[in-house]
Design a protein around this ligand. Structure first.
Ligand SMILES: [Zn+2]
Length: 73
């Protein structure tokens, strides 16, 4: 059986939207500073959890929007 899936309609739209105080880490609920897009769905991480998951997730992510530098500004 051959199935060709054409499911590329929901892509990059939000990739460059800046993170705000309303964006919360999916792991702990702290303010998110990183947004990763994986298979079309968004994951939000605080700096701590972004750091923890980056090595594993970043190579698979379609986008990795990192604003953690704002913490050190
Ligand atoms: Zn967190």
């Amino acid at each position: 059986m051959t199935t060709i899936e054409q499911d590329q309609t929901t892509t990059v739209a939000t990739a460059e939207r800046p993170l705000s105080a309303l964006d919360r880490c999916d792991s702990c609920g702290a303010q998110a500073y990183v947004r990763a897009t994986l298979s079309g769905s968004e994951l939000l991480f605080c700096a701590h959890h972004a750091n923890k998951h980056e090595a594993k997730l970043r190579p698979m992510a379609e986008s990795w929007h990192d604003e953690s530098h704002r913490l050190n500004a």
